[in-house]
Design a binder for this molecule. Structure first.
Ligand code: COA
Ligand code: ZN
Length: 298
């Protein structure tokens, strides 16, 4: 059994897409570079989406071109459709992430398709990915609760996950888009998904809206999950999901995970510098709940 837990920092995408201030390309690259220097093994660097829908993600192609390469970091980008996939292919993005919400209203608000339409479009993209030998994974959004439809049934999440894996998704990120899940529901769903599809195929993505992000990561670890999204400084939120605040902060879950005896490969001191930079650049990143204490330990 491996002792490693992989953290994918989604701050440069999920974190920046909903800020009052739009960062320049240079600022976005500087934040990603700080995360690379902190030893993050995986970073979501942006999204190939409509610049009208999410203005803050415009220029992700330029961001990608300026990233520090040869550092062994698994860079990824969000793609909402075939056009996003084509952009990712052109730029040789190593990992692309489709997103399908388990609740159809959320899916329509996010990418203007029903969940059924999205599954069909995603299958087409995954088919192309197979032909072109590209790595494409998928987010299953609103896996616990939808801001429009309320509680999401586990069977729906299992069905969407099954469809995406059968269509060729290399990995599934199970997302609590609005931060409404509680640890018992996380443990229950992730145990079922792990039994059905294998824990190594799964990650979790939690927002910290109700301060349960860290507890939810713990519950998912107990269910066998070893890969997590988190956001530097707790940045984040979805412009199309009312009420969602930032992701669980990377610094908070590194602390949890390492205290549990797992390794992340992340340098806490440098991570705190990246967190400070996130605050400086955006003016809104609150920093992890543990940040003040962590800084005293430096
Ligand atoms: N990249 C860049 N631009 C794109 C694009 C892509 N992947 N897909 C579509 N567009 C452009 C179109 O060219 C069109 O531009 P125009 O108005 O200048 O002609 C515009 O976006 C609308 O295209 P259309 O096909 O009519 O899409 P839509 O209006 O139904 O919107 C999405 C669908 C998916 C493009 C849009 O909702 C989107 O980008 N959503 C992003 C959601 C997101 O990032 N959510 C947060 C994370 S979960
Ligand atoms: Zn999110």
């Amino acid at each position: 059994m491996t002792n490693q837990i992989v953290i994918n920092d989604v701050g440069p995408r999920d974190g920046l897409q909903n800020q009052p201030k739009t960062l320049s390309i240079e600022e976005r690259v500087s934040l990603i570079t700080a995360l690379v220097e902190a030893g993050l093994p995986a970073i979501e660097v942006g999204a190939f989406v409509s610049p009208k829908a999410v203005p803050a993600m415009a220029g992700t192609d330029e961001v990608f071109a300026q990233l520090p390469k040869d550092k062994g970091v698994n860079y990824s980008a969000l793609i909402p459709n075939a056009r996003g996939f084509e952009t990712g292919v052109k730029l040789n993005v190593p990992l692309m992430s489709l997103v399908v919400a388990a609740s159809s209203t959320m899916n329509e608000k996010n990418i203007r398709m029903t969940t059924a339409q999205s599954m069909s479009m995603s299958s087409d993209v995954l088919g192309m990915a197979k032909e072109l030998n590209r790595n494409v994974q998928a987010y299953v959004a609103t896996a616990w609760e939808c801001p429009f439809e309320g509680i999401v049934q586990q069977d729906e999440v299992l069905k969407v996950t099954d469809g995406l894996i059968k269509a060729g998704a290399s990995h599934i990120v199970v997302a609590d888009t609005i931060g409404a899940a509680a640890p018992d529901a996380v443990h229950s769903l992730m145990s079922k998904l792990a039994a059905e599809f294998g824990a190594d195929k799964l990650s979790c993505h939690f927002h910290d809206t109700r301060a349960m992000g860290v507890a939810n990561v713990y519950a998912a670890i107990e269910a066998g999950i070893r890969q997590f999204d988190a956001s530097i400084g707790g940045l984040g939120g979805c412009p199309f999901a009312p009420g969602a605040t930032g992701n669980v902060a990377t610094e908070d879950i590194v602390l949890l995970i390492e205290q549990m005896g797992f390794e992340t490969g992340i340098n806490m001191s440098k991570l705190l510098e990246a967190s400070d930079l996130a605050t400086e650049l955006t003016g809104t990143a609150r920093g992890g709940h543990a940040k003040a204490w962590l800084k005293q330990q430096k």
